[in-house]
Design a protein around this ligand. Structure first.
Ligand code: BDR
Ligand code: CA
Length: 308
């Protein structure tokens, strides 16, 4: 099994990403850490704890950064609602957070594990940047960071920027410059990982508690996309970063030099992807551009079948 830590801000698609990770037999989730993003630190921590409880898993959850490194937090209630999971009707669970903060917990787990660890990040990169800055010794013990964030072509919160990177561009810059192996599942690929209404029904037909929860999440999540985009389904962004850690062969990728715009007048938070290798810089990121949608959906359904 592949040891992983999931750093997230649940969030509808983060919740779906957790379902995929916790139900997949190839991943060994050592901890879930939260980073303020879609909602405030307290709300997303509560959501993460309730998801773990609902899925009946014994996985520790720790609270991380409550705001970006240098900027004010910009939450996304228009997408995920006031609770971060409006309409999901996730029952109040019985779990409490780890006493350790996310950064210290991550460091401890990374240093104590014999194997190198994969870190899946589905929120802003604040925790990750703090971890690498405070404890640079972890770098040699990280196998890969699989990130949902950024895009080569176009953004979703500004014409150029994707939400997770835009929320904490300085943190993203630290991570992209770290020299650690990075995979980026940005909007280029997540807008091809679309679940349609027929997929929602297929998922629900599995007929267990988790499939009902996933269905409610998908229905609630689709509201924003139906009202605001022309996409033919809803992009299950964060689950892509988990799917990459499970089986990268279902993705089409290209290794590129990627840097983050932190000072732009109009472009702050853009991931500048040197797709044509114009700068001849060392390629630091495996950028995903396409996914086998059928295989992705199958991974998701298989995970649900393994859960309560
Ligand atoms: C990302 O932004 C968040 O709202 C989602 O959870 C996802 O991580 C997509 O841009
Ligand atoms: Ca997220």
């Amino acid at each position: 099994k592949k040891p992983v830590i999931i750093d997230c801000d649940p969030g509808y698609d983060d919740a779906l990403a957790l379902i995929l990770a916790l139900g997949n037999e190839k991943l060994d989730v050592r901890a879930i850490t939260t980073c303020a993003g879609n909602q405030t630190g307290e709300k997303i921590l509560k959501n993460a704890l309730n998801i773990v409880s609902f899925l009946e898993k014994d996985i520790t959850v720790a609270l991380g950064a409550k705001k970006p490194l240098m900027r004010e937090l910009e939450i996304a209630p228009e997408v995920h609602g006031e609770t971060g999971l409006d309409g999901a009707e996730l029952p109040e669970g019985n779990r409490v957070a780890n006493k350790e903060n996310a950064i210290n917990l991550m460091k401890k787990i990374i240093m104590e594990t014999d194997e190198k660890i994969t870190i899946i990040v589905t929120g802003p990169l604040t925790n990750m940047a703090l971890l690498l800055t405070l404890y640079p010794e972890v770098k040699d013990k990280i196998y890969e960071i699989s990130i949902m964030g950024g895009a080569c072509f176009g953004g979703n919160v500004t014409p150029c920027a994707e939400y997770n990177i835009k929320t904490d561009p300085e943190a993203a810059e630290i991570v992209f410059k770290s020299g650690i192996k990075i995979a980026m599942c940005g909007l280029d690929v997540t807008h091809r990982a679309l679940f349609t209404k027929a997929d929602f029904r297929d998922i629900r037909a599995i007929g267990n508690n988790t499939s009902e929860l996933a269905y409610r999440i998908l229905v609630a999540y689709s509201k924003y996309y139906e009202e605001n985009t022309e996409l033919e389904g809803i992009p299950v962004h964060d689950a892509c970063a988990v799917a990459y850690a499970i089986d990268s062969s279902i993705f089409e990728t290209k290794k590129c030099y990627v840097t983050v715009e932190t000072k732009g007048e109009f472009t702050t938070g853009q991931t500048v992807v040197d797709y044509r290798d114009l700068l001849r810089k060392e390629k630091n990121v495996e950028v995903a551009f396409d996914i086998d949608k059928g295989a992705f959906l199958n991974l998701f359904k298989a995970a649900i079948r393994e859960l309560p």
